[in-house]
Write a protein that binds this ligand. Structure first.
Ligand code: PEP
Length: 255
């Protein structure tokens, strides 16, 4: 059975005290989860050690990072390597988030290298894909998302794919309050699974978790997570409030 995952991406929010308080509140409210459910918390780099210590003993909650560099080490001032993340106890890394593609100009070739760095260093990858509004308006979202997946992941072996989680995040829904309908989400997730099936076979496609991201909140999570190809969510804004994040975790647990 493939994993259901709710991953919280804090982005560039919360100082150390605020982050510790949030993790504490999540800890207090966390429901009992079945074996196939996981929670990931991806705070800014500076939080990782402390958050990791807080997560010790919370077996269902895993530590994630929001990025890693595409080289293993060297003169890259201000950057953090996948090996450093691993040494800090990180298990997952988000790669290809639309904000990094847009603001940091991370292109397909760089993202493929980041994926390699992450896997080589024993990290699991949450690989993001998703179309901007004009592509959705032209109804060309399927080919757009397919090309992001091909460029970022298709050099991997089937074995390596076991350490990849996909996150479909329509850019027009990220932080906008506008959510994809459950029908739009399901259609795209089914398409993504067929893209994986064509390259890696039905078993690999069945096994890979595909998360939905884009203004997911407790009030819409039940409906989104009820879709057969939606295996949880990558959560931005709603991951910053314990009550909302816990509500989304509940929705995953009940789906
Ligand atoms: C995100 O940035 O990954 C995201 C899904 O953000 P939000 O939930 O705020 O739309």
């Amino acid at each position: 059975m493939r994993k259901k995952i709710v991953a919280g991406n804090w982005k560039m929010n919360l100082d150390l005290d605020e982050g510790a308080e949030l993790v504490n509140e999540i800890f207090k409210g966390l429901p009992v989860l079945s074996e196939n459910c996981q929670v990931v918390i991806a705070p800014p780099f500076i939080h990782l050690k402390e958050t990791g210590e807080q997560l010790t003993g919370m077996i269902d909650v895993h530590l994630g990072a929001q990025n890693c560099h595409h080289e293993s080490s060297g003169a890259y001032t201000g950057e953090v390597s996948a090996g450093m993340l691993k040494s800090a106890g990180v298990e997952y890394v988000i790669i290809g988030h639309s904000e990094r593609r847009e603001y940091m100009k991370e292109d397909d070739a760089m993202l493929a290298k980041k994926v390699n760095q992450a896997l080589t260093n024993g990290l699991k990858v949450i690989f993001c894909c998703g179309e901007p509004l004009e592509i959705r308006d032209n109804n060309t979202q399927n080919t757009y998302v397919e090309s992001e997946i091909k460029a970022g992941l298709f050099h991997l072996s089937e074995k390596q794919l076991n350490n990849i989680v996909l996150a479909y995040e329509p850019i027009w829904a990220i932080g906008t309050g506008r959510t994809a309908t459950s029908e739009q989400a399901q259609d795209m997730h089914a398409h993504i699974r067929s893209v994986i099936a064509n390259q890696y076979g039905e078993d690999a496609a069945y096994a890979i978790s595909i998360l939905y991201g884009g203004s997911c909140k407790p009030s819409n999570a039940d409906e989104l997570f009820a879709c057969p190809d939606v295996d949880g969510g990558l959560i931005g804004g709603a991951a910053l409030k314990a009550k909302d994040f816990l509500g989304i975790i509940e929705a995953m647990a009940n789906s």
